[in-house]
Write a protein that binds this ligand. Structure first.
Ligand code: NAD
Length: 732
């Protein structure tokens, strides 16, 4: 395998071209780094070479490090993995530092060979860290290209010198959007921000001219020059001091301390800022090793990158069904969900028929897209042409005949089985025979709804999360008669709207809501026991959940909870388990405290709906315990109640693939992302410990914590989820 090649020309320019043959995007791995290093040695040692250009023969420069390599780095690093990982990272640092110093004399800083990077397109992660080690970065005018360091989004931080170099280039404050938020820019914006040096239509010609004319002084980085001072000041500079204090508070405020990579990044920045450059690289490598050694990074990379991408690329799509891309989608019900579904479908270029009972309601649904685009125009993210084009794709009407040539229907009318049945029949009277019908129901079993259909094999669930345009997960539910073509259609549709699908079998609440409801309920049980509401919500937020269970109830509204509780009770009869939770729900409903929409719930609100703190009146009904439970105890109750539901879903065959269980949990309801998902978390704990903890929680708090048979059996055999369910086609 040769990812890099080098040619030398008559003018003395050595051009190193990156081209990973079997991939559409260049990705770095250890062998590639070694090859590059070898070519650098050769070019620096060859007297005929005057300068070096590093570029790519693909339309992009590089997507970054091959995350599969990083995910395996610990396992592949021998008996002393921390040492092996550290040494691997240091070898990369040394190679990039060699490019930066380019053979110049250590004292006089003279005699180095100019090295330029030429970026035809996207340069992310190490695809930017490598150019940052060169002396000048030239990019093509390519508005589609992205330039940035996205590592933090998958539980890492830039560990190939990007952290140290950017902080030295921009100061801690200036570097933070790229390092801490993973912000990426187009080449033009990256040039204005100073991230790269030149943007032009012919960057290669410009780079060649520069390489042939560059002076010694142009090769010396500011941090290698005498008298260098960090922009904004280091940690002990009066203004730098404020930056570091503020950054620490900001990061901990945002992450609640739940993301190991964010903490490690801050430490690498803070400690690296106080020492010479070479030492700072070692500090960065140590913290990077720390992150790689933490099981969180492997789990996050696996779920948020490798498996998420696999699901998006059709890992669970029935292979024997031809392309089912959607051209015209009919959306039934132009309410909150229907309006969002129409928007994302039109954004993907589909024609949309948006139907409601009255023209006003249908128009209101379409107006949602208009308002969305107007907001985009204000922010400079859309144009009026794009808005007009998008709106021209949406037809708002009450006329079912408009559905006559639709190839997919998504029903999002009221959550009422009778209304849904009527709509299904009315729609099927009009649509083509091969049209697929999907329901966006959140609670009603798909197999039951399919009874109203004359073609249950073409009936499926496509369950969106709210708000549709922001939430990335779509849960596809197979009814007991749903056939593969419907599954393929749903998956192709989700691919078109660029979201991540999971496919589950039908069961009450499917997968996501099945796990979220116990989380919310456990929160309410805790307050019913006298645990402080702030402890309950903060325990969840410190686990990395975006909102605590009580805040979540307020957002989704208590009357919805009460409605679901009543319907579930009716359906389940004596098997219904949640008396204690219902006491809280129905009492809150009686008090008129139905959540944010009523500006009264577990929280108090001002007139604008801003939270003002927890409602003290709750303590009249549920007095606070004198002795509040330990934080970890509350956290474990909140975690176990969800992960056990995930295990039961797997055991019952609702979940068919553990990758979907983990990816779906993080994208669907924000399950502690650092854990990699519920099943990854159980693997981190180890199934034997998890099973024994279940028994303790069961005897302390009730049978809802009983260990599922599958987990018990795995614990006895010492198995892990990703060990037991891993196979090429099942899980990474
Ligand atoms: P909504 O009340 O905002 O909208 C429902 C719309 O359907 C209304 O505009 C109503 O006029 C219309 N409608 C009712 N009967 C109709 C009929 N016979 N023909 C045409 N239109 C009709 O409700 P929503 O929140 O958008 O929810 C819609 C569906 O999506 C429900 O099944 C719900 O369970 C599901 N869902 C909701 C959420 C959520 O967070 N709200 C999330 C996932 C799924």
């Amino acid at each position: 395998m040769t990812d890099f090649t080098m040619t030398k020309d008559a003018e003395g320019i050595a051009t190193i071209v990156w081209d990973c043959k079997d991939k559409s995007m260049n990705l770095m791995n250890m062998e590639g780094m070694l090859q590059l290093d070898g070519f650098i040695d050769e070019a620096l040692g060859d007297e005929a070479v005057k300068g070096i250009i590093i570029t790519s023969s693909k339309k992009d420069f590089a997507g970054g490090m091959d995350l599969n390599v990083l995910a395996d780095m610990k396992a592949a690093s021998g008996d002393n993995p921390a040492k092996g990982v550290f040494e691997g990272i240091m070898s990369m640092h040394n190679a990039l530092r060699k490019i930066e110093l380019a053979g110049m004399d250590a004292k006089t800083k003279k005699g180095g060979k100019p090295v330029a990077a030429v970026l035809p397109g996207t340069a992310m992660g190490i695809g930017l860290e490598l150019p940052l080690s060169t002396h000048r970065i030239f990019a093509a005018t390519n508005p589609k290209a992205k330039i940035g360091l996205p590592e933090i989004m998958v539980g890492l931080f830039p560990g190939a010198g990007g952290t140290t170099r950017l902080v030295r280039k921009f100061g801690a404050m200036g570097a933070s959007p790229y390092l801490l938020e993973g912000k990426s820019l187009t080449p033009a914006k990256a040039k204005s921000a100073g991230l790269i040096d030149e943007v032009s239509d012919d960057p290669m010609t410009d780079a060649r001219a520069w390489v042939l004319s560059a002076k010694d002084a142009e090769l010396v980085k500011p941090w290698d020059s005498k008298g260098y001072k960090m922009p904004g000041g280091g940690p002990y500079h009066p203004s730098g001091f404020m930056t570091f204090v503020g950054a620490s508070a900001m990061v901990n405020g945002k992450t609640q301390g739940a993301f190991p990579a964010a903490k490690a990044l801050l430490s690498a920045i803070y400690e690296g800022a106080q020492v010479p450059f070479e030492t700072a690289l070692r500090v960065e490598a140590r913290w990077f090793t720390n992150v790689i050694m933490n099981p969180s990074s492997t789990a996050m990379i696996r779920s948020l990158f490798i498996n998420k991408q696999a699901l998006e690329k059709g890992a669970v799509r029935p292979a024997d069904v031809s392309d089912q891309s959607v051209k015209k989608v009919g959306v039934l019900g132009a309410g909150m969900m229907g309006a969002g579904i129409a928007l994302v479908s039109a954004q993907a270029g589909m024609d949309v028929i948006l139907i409601d009972q009255k023209q006003d309601a249908a128009d209101k649904g379409k107006a949602y897209s208009e308002a969305y685009m107007d907001k985009g125009i204000k922010r400079g993210k859309a144009t009026s042409e794009k808005k007009e084009l998008l709106l021209s794709r949406i037809t708002a009407t009450t006329d079912y005949n408009a559905l006559k040539d639709a190839d997919l229907i998504i029903e999002a009318v009221f959550e009422d089985a009778k209304i849904k049945a009527t709509v299904t029949k009315a729609v099927e009277a009009v649509i083509p025979d091969d049209c697929i019908f999907a329901s966006n129901t959140s609670t009603l079993p798909i197999s039951d709804l399919a009874k109203a259909s004359s073609r249950p094999e073409q009936f499926i669930g496509i369950h969106f999360f709210s708000p549709v345009e922001r939430m990335m997960l779509v849960e596809i539910i197979k009814g007991n008669k749903t056939e593969n073509r419907a599954v393929a259609k749903a998956l192709d549709y989700v691919r078109q709207i660029k979201k991540t699908p999971i496919v589950v079998n039908d069961a009450r609440f499917f997968y996501a809501n099945r796990c979220i409801i116990p989380y919310i309920n456990e929160g309410m049980r805790l307050v019913a026991e006298g645990v402080s509401p702030a402890l309950v919500d903060n325990a969840a937020r410190m686990l990395g959940f975006p909102v605590g269970p009580l805040q979540l109830v307020d957002e989704t509204s208590i009357d919805l909870g009460a409605k679901i509780a009543r319907a579930t009770k009716l359906a389940m009869g004596n098997a219904y388990p949640d008396g204690q939770v219902d006491d809280v729900v129905f009492w809150m409903e009686d008090q008129g405290r139905i959540g944010r929409k009523a500006k009264a719930g577990f929280f108090k609100y001002d007139d604008a709906g801003k939270r003002l703190g927890y409602w003290e009146g709750l303590a009249d009904k549920y007095p606070l315990l004198d002795q509040q439970p330990d934080l970890i105890e509350v956290q474990q109750r909140l975690m176990f109640i969800q992960v056990l539901e995930a295990v039961r879903s797997l055991e019952e065959g609702v979940l068919m693939d553990i990758r979907e269980g983990d990816v779906g949990a993080i994208l669907g309801w924000g399950f502690a992302p650092w854990s990699g998902g519920p099943l990854s978390w159980l693997d981190m704990l180890g199934t034997p410990y998890a099973a024994s903890r279940c028994s303790e929680l069961q005897s302390a708090h009730g049978d809802r914590f009983a260990c599922p048979n599958l987990l018990r059996e795995m614990a006895e055999k010492g198995q892990s989820f990703y060990g037991r369910f891993s196979s090429a086609d099942k899980a990474a």
